[in-house]
Design a protein around this ligand. Sequence first.
Ligand code: DGY
Length: 323
Amino acid sequence: MVKPSVLVTRRWPAAVEAQLTENYNAVLNTGDKPMSPAEFRDALKSYDAVLPTVTDTLSAEALDVPAAQTKILANYGVGYSHICEPSARNLGMTVTNTPDVLSECTADLAMTLLLMVARRAGEGERELRAGDWSGWRPTHLVGTKVSGKTLGIIGFGRIGQEMARRAHHGFGMKILVQNRSAVSAEVLKQFNAAQVETVDDLLPQCDFVSLHCPGGSTNRHLINGRRLDLMKPDAFLINTARGEVVDEHALVQSLMFDTIGGAALDVFDGEPRISPDLLQCDNLVMLPHLGSATRESREAMGFRVLDNLSDFFAGRTPRDQVI
Ligand code: DGY
């Protein structure tokens, strides 16, 4: 039997690439260079499956092909707001993602950011590396206590729940939740959490706010200037979801004028481009989209793609079909 042809758009963990090569006629992106919309259109005409990830903008333009050979976009990653859903549907394509296997590591990173910004770890490291540390003193880089404070979680899916677990059971934090649908009492009880109706209800009550909702047009600038003004003046915003969820221009204003305590971002609107204004904010911690970046998660994400592909090519519905 002829093996299906598969295009992998970026470098993946070696063990997963080896398995892909064994199971499929796989073409790997050994140069790890992002593909252009024109290269995508060519790929969609010739491969049975394309395996994209968050850095691949599969816009209406990139998916504008009259007759696609590709029948499945098996995405490496849980978020898929980089794939134009109406265009994928028009082409009759199946789209899958990789949930679950990155939830714990992404929540670990969100907690890392929360602690870093509260305890001014970024500022401290910058000072030390610049050779500017003059020694211990009672008033030096004094931060904010985390234990026992209130954490607001926007988006209470798998990653949001893992964040609640760490914050509540590890740091005794009080958890407030805002989610599109009602969260079951059983789930809330695990973290002694309470659900509020709207984002506006949540923001004024929290010392920390962590975003775990999907990106895309629905949530674009969910956190805008008006909502940043609803936060307490010493509260912190953490974003490991998607860059577009936060209006970065408004965030810069809040950070520069100290209308919030600080922010910590792992994701950026239009990344990897970073707004130069963000770089000027001392009360901001930034990481280069590392949420799922552990050996364990990145391998598991790849093997989850392999599961989805084998279901699809065996004629079964892939477990992670999202479109
Ligand atoms: C995801 O899975 O959506 C991450 O942001 C990429 O690791």
